[in-house]
Structures are given as C-alpha cells and as structure tokens.
Write a protein that binds this ligand. Structure first.
Ligand code: COA
Length: 396
C-alpha cells in the first residue's frame, strides 16, 4: 500500500507553494429569503472580489446533500452557471460534514500540481427549508447497523460523551464549558448564527437532546455559504494582497460505524490525519497558535483537541475548564465561535474554518483577533468520525 506520508509526490505537494488569496462568506443562520444558489454565489463573489483575481480556472463545491435538503443535485454545474463561470470545470465534492474540507483539498491539489493557477473552493448548504434534517443528516451514518436501529448523530456523540466521562472522569460541566467559550467567541463574529452568550447554568439546564448532550451542546441547523480562492504563491505575490500559505493538507478515514472501533473515546481519522499534516509541515502540535476544530457537539471538541495532540488523552475537558482554549488561552480553539455558535451549514463548514484561519493569520479577525497568529490549523470531520481533513495555514 502506498504510504501517502512518505511518497515523494506527497512531499512535493506538501511544499506545493499554494496560497489562499481571498475569502468570502455569507452570514450563517436561517437565510429564509435566499436560495441555495443565491447563498453560494454571494459567498463566491465576495471571495473573488476580496482576492482581486480577474478570473478562476476551475471550482470545487462542497455540499453534503443538496438533494435531500432542497431537491437540488448536480450542484457543481448549477453553481458555475449562476456564478457566470460556465464553461470552467466545476465539481461537487461530498464527504458529509467534511465536504468543505474535501473541496478545499481538491482545489489545493489542482493548484499544487501546476494544472491550474487560480481555483475557487467553496461550500454551501441550505438546511432550514423544511426537509427532515435529522434524517437527512443521518444518511451520513451507517444505514444498516446504526440508522436502521433508530440512532441519529446526537445519539452517537452522546455515546462517545458517556464513554469519555466514564474513562477519563470528564465532567458534565466540562462539556458545558466548550459551549460557553464558543458562544462567547461567536458573540464577537458578525457572521455567526448565534451572537448571544450562554452561561454554564444555561447550558447545563437547556433541553435534553440525547443524554448527556443538551440543546446547547449541539451545533445548530443552518444555512450558509463560504468560498476561498487558491493560487500559486508566485501568483499571490504579484497580486499584492494579503495571503496565507497552505503548509499541509491531510485526510484520513475512520470506520463508518462506532461498533467497529477499538475505542469510543478517540477519533482515529483525526489522529492519523494530524500525524500526516504535522509530518508534511515539519512542525509539532505545540507550534500551532490556534485551531478551528469540528465541534458538532461539545464532546467532539474535547476528543478532537486530544487527538490532534494539543492535550494529553483524557485532559481535553480539564483544559477547556481551565481556559487553555479561550481566546487569550495557551491555544485558542474555535475563535470563530465554532460550529456551536457560528453555525453548521454542513457543506460550508470546512471552508468557513479556512476563512477564520485566514482572517486570524492576516490580522483581520476584529474583536476576536488573537496575538501572534503565525500558524493555524483547520480540522473538518464527516459523520461521527468516518472522514477527516486537516489543513495547516501559515502567515507570510
Ligand atoms: N444551539 C443553540 N440554540 C439552538 C440550537 C443550538 N444547537 N438549536 C436550536 N436552537 C434554538 C433556536 O434558535 C430556537 O430558539 P428560539 O425559540 O429563541 O427561536 C430554539 O432553540 C428551538 O429551536 P428548534 O429549531 O425548534 O430546535 P430543535 O429542537 O428543532 O433542534 C437540535 C435542536 C439540537 C435537535 C438541532 O439543532 C440539531 O439537530 N442539531 C444537531 C445538528 C447535527 O446533527 N449536525 C451534524 C453533526 S454531525
């Protein structure tokens, strides 16, 4: 089997000198007066304008299920048409909630390989238009062994939370601290779905969804779009606009069903992708200054920050309680508000994470700007950990 990490090609691509030159997104939330295509085009136009490019050579669109949410498939072609970009190649990329991260990675490869000079990577989802969202989302879990028996994503993550609480003595309060922190960060983000703060008591007393996860432990149902422009570093320098370098792009898969895993308290797709990303970029977890991680449920942020190597296994809960992941902490996590408060239009999430990294690294994160942002990491995950992409971005 090809060891992706050690192949000469992977090393060449890792040092592929690819830049993110511009970004754009819609506000996340219930965008009742905008269609799927309106949302994508708004984000894409903002990104194109922000980058200063006069054309794009191709585009990738991450979307989990245009079909189930609004009855629209063939999303790549639809978006190219409404963006006025026909006849450039336009490809829809799907990896459940990691569709945005996978779209970014596809665009990265196209630029790194030298095949194209300027590529748009976007993501979009419209989830609030009446479809049965919980059932639609559950199509990303194992239909035969999980969904058939009635379980959905809140239930799957609740089992992980129970296992983590049992094995590492993670407390219910520590889960709540993730939500409190992310709502606080979201209150500083003009594009966030929820700009309201939440207290520990409010999280602990919110409606039970799947024990021990409550309403305020969950990411919401959202509409939204996000887009970024990638180009070669050389081209970016000529444009004389702020840009950041893509230092690593990694992806890994995990088993689709929880019962096939050795542990319910780790997400192997995250630790494997993280190892690849750190090896490609020749850095260690402690070199990262901040990260956007996939906090679809509060327990996910705790497990992911451990599996990325930011904290020892079992210490993710205490770390958030001690403020180590706050805006002014040792390693700020989800400065954007994360999926929890910024919102989670699933196909757009991975791209929005890249946008937060870009804004922090170029000093444009406004009230939530952290100091000394040199290296940022974006971790996007599909389902209950069956797919994961990780990107490391560097200020130039
Ligand atoms: N966080 C904070 N507030 C939320 C919220 C969330 N996740 N979800 C809903 N709300 C708020 C709404 O804004 C609304 O407030 P209002 O009464 O002031 O207007 C209220 O709670 C009720 O909203 P409603 O839409 O009726 O909630 P719901 O019970 O239908 O849905 C969840 C709540 C948690 C079930 C839903 O958000 C959900 O399924 N989240 C998980 C999504 C998911 O699985 N994503 C994929 C991850 S892998």
């Amino acid at each position: 089997m090809l060891n992706e990490m050690n192949s000469p090609k992977a090393n060449r691509l890792a040092g592929g000198d690819v830049a993110v030159i511009g970004v754009g997104m819609t506000k996340f939330g219930e965008l009742w007066n905008k269609s799927l295509r309106d949302i994508f085009v708004e984000a894409a136009m903002k990104a194109i304008e922000n980058s200063g490019v006069d054309h794009i050579d191709s585009m990738y669109v991450g979307t989990m299920s245009g079909g189930l949410f609004v009855g629209q498939e063939h999303v790549g072609a639809v978006m190219a048409d409404y963006l006025g970009s026909v006849p450039i190649p336009a490809t829809r990329v799907e990896s459940a909630c990691a569709s945005g991260g996978a779209a970014f990675r596809s665009a990265f490869f196209e630029v790194a390989s030298g095949y194209s000079e300027i590529v748009l990577a976007g993501g979009v989802e419209k989830m609030t238009d009446g479809a049965d969202v919980t059932d639609a989302l559950a199509t990303a879990a194992d239909q035969e062994y999980e969904v058939y028996h009635g379980i959905t994503f809140p239930g799957l993550y609740a089992m992980m939370a129970r296992a983590h609480m049992h094995q590492y003595k993670t407390t219910r309060e520590q889960l709540a601290h993730v939500a409190v922190k992310n709502h606080k960060n979201g209150s500083l983000n003009p594009n966030a779905q929820f700009r309201s703060q939440a207290t520990l008591e409010q999280v602990m007393n919110s409606t039970m969804v799947a024990d021990p996860l409550r309403l305020l432990d969950c990411s919401p149902v959202s509409d939204g779009g996000a887009a970024v422009i990638l180009c070669s570093l050389e081209y970016a320098k000529k444009l004389k606009r702020p840009f950041v370098k893509v230092k690593a792009s990694a992806q890994a898969s995990g088993t689709i069903a929880l019962h096939s895993r050795e542990s319910l308290t780790s997400l192997d797709c995250v630790s494997v992708a993280a190892k690849k990303a750190f090896k490609q970029s020749n850095i260690k977890p402690y070199d990262i200054n901040f990260a956007e991680v996939h906090d679809c449920f509060t327990i996910a942020e705790i497990i992911v920050t451990e599996d990325l190597g930011f904290f020892e296994k079992g210490k993710g809960g205490i770390s958030v309680e001690q403020g180590l992941t706050s805006l002014n902490g040792k390693i700020p996590i989800n400065t954007s508000g994360g999926l929890k408060a910024k919102g989670h239009p699933v196909g757009a999430t991975g791209i929005a994470q890249i946008i937060e990294c870009y804004e922090q690294l170029t000093g444009n994160a406004g009230e939530r700007q952290i100091k000394n942002a040199k290296l940022g990491l974006a971790q996007n995950m599909g389902g209950s950990g069956a797919s994961c992409t990780i990107h490391i971005l560097e200020a130039i």
